[in-house]
Design a protein around this ligand. Structure first.
Ligand code: FDA
Length: 301
């Protein structure tokens, strides 16, 4: 078992997930999770906004199998939307359909999403449907299509490791899209496996959407991709208001501030909530160097 597989295994352990909920942020998670409560999260957003960095706020949640858990998650997101509006924050919402009941019942999930998108729409707040693993891809796009008949304040994510991402970037070019490499472990028959294939397709998709699509969020910590995009937009006269860079809260902080200072739109993906454990383990799986976050916390008391 590789280190990556080990952390993915830990992230999927339901017992450890619920055990961690009893505690506040631990093991260094506080450097990548903005807070447990909405009040703490609002303070983190205000701090980033001061530096001209906007935020996309994600209420962390794992293993939603009961309708009551999905409704609890929806209510928390509605509270965040209200706080964004009341506090006049430069922020929008990112959500995962599975947290709102996709694995329980499609129509139930759609109603939960409609409640969220409708309140956000009233306040002119954008809602991003994050993309999860391949098994949920078609249904997530279907939800987006159905809700788009009523609301236009929604967008989604294109994951570059999927073979079908090229088709999807064209199909969804009229949406505001976040383009990412892809975070889940996917089989060979649906997704590129090698870093070079994924990176190549990532660049291709970003360039396509920058030239043909609505607003593009380039979500990556990869400086090679960021430098490529900076050069590409300059050569193609793509104005700054057509795109932004996004990174996760707590990662490459200096680069986040620098990009904002250079005048690029920058948005930090800001996870919060009591369900921080699985998210934190997946970040360790992605980049075992992040383990230094844990060791620093454990040893530098
Ligand atoms: P990758 O991890 O490939 O790193 C490339 C290189 O960049 C590294 O070799 C290193 O040189 C440098 N680097 C990376 N991280 C660094 C660090 N912390 N410090 C120093 N150097 C570093 N996925 C998904 O499937 N669905 C989704 O909805 C989303 N949403 C999302 C939002 C946002 C804002 C981000 C940033 C990411 C996602 N993702 C996602 C996750 C995404 O698919 C991907 O798994 C991770 O971003 C990791 O890939 P990177 O592009 O960051 O670079």
């Amino acid at each position: 078992m590789t280190l990556k597989d080990f952390f993915i295994y830990l992230s999927e352990n339901r017992f450890l997930n619920s055990a961690a909920q009893k505690y506040g942020l631990r093991l260094g998670a506080q450097s990548v999770v903005a807070g447990v409560s909405i009040a703490e999260t609002v303070e983190s957003i205000k701090e980033l906004n001061k530096h001209k960095i906007s935020c996309t706020v994600d209420n962390l949640g794992e293993f939603v199998y009961e309708k009551s858990e999905a409704i609890e998650a929806k209510n928390k997101i509605l509270e965040v939307i209200q706080a964004i509006h009341d506090e006049k924050l430069d922020a929008h919402i990112s959500l995962k359909p599975s947290q709102l009941g996709l694995d329980i019942d499609y129509d139930f999930c759609k109603e939960n999403l409609r409640d969220i998108v409708s309140l956000a729409n009233q306040y002119n707040i954008f809602v991003n449907f994050d993309m999860e693993d391949y098994g949920r891809l078609d249904k997530s796009f279907e939800l987006l299509n159905e809700l788009n008949k009523e609301y236009d304040n929604i967008g989604t994510v294109i994951q570059a490791y999927f073979f079908e991402s090229e088709e999807n970037i064209e199909r969804y070019k009229d949406f505001r899209l976040r383009i990412v490499k892809g975070a889940y472990k996917e089989p060979e028959d649906v997704a590129y496996q090698s870093k070079s294939d994924i990176d190549k397709n990532f660049i291709k998709l970003i360039e396509y959407h920058l030239l043909n699509g609505k607003f593009t969020s380039i979500a990556t910590h990869d400086h090679n991709v960021i430098n490529h995009v900076k050069d590409f937009v300059k050569r193609n006269n793509i104005p700054n208001d057509k795109f932004e860079f996004q990174m996760l809260y707590g990662f490459r902080k200096d680069m986040q501030y620098d990009l904002a200072k250079e005048g690029y739109n920058f948005c930090t993906y800001l996870p919060f909530g009591k369900d921080w454990y699985g998210y934190f383990m997946r970040r360790l799986a992605e980049r075992p160097q992040n383990l230094s976050l844990v060791t620093k916390q454990v040893f530098n008391k």
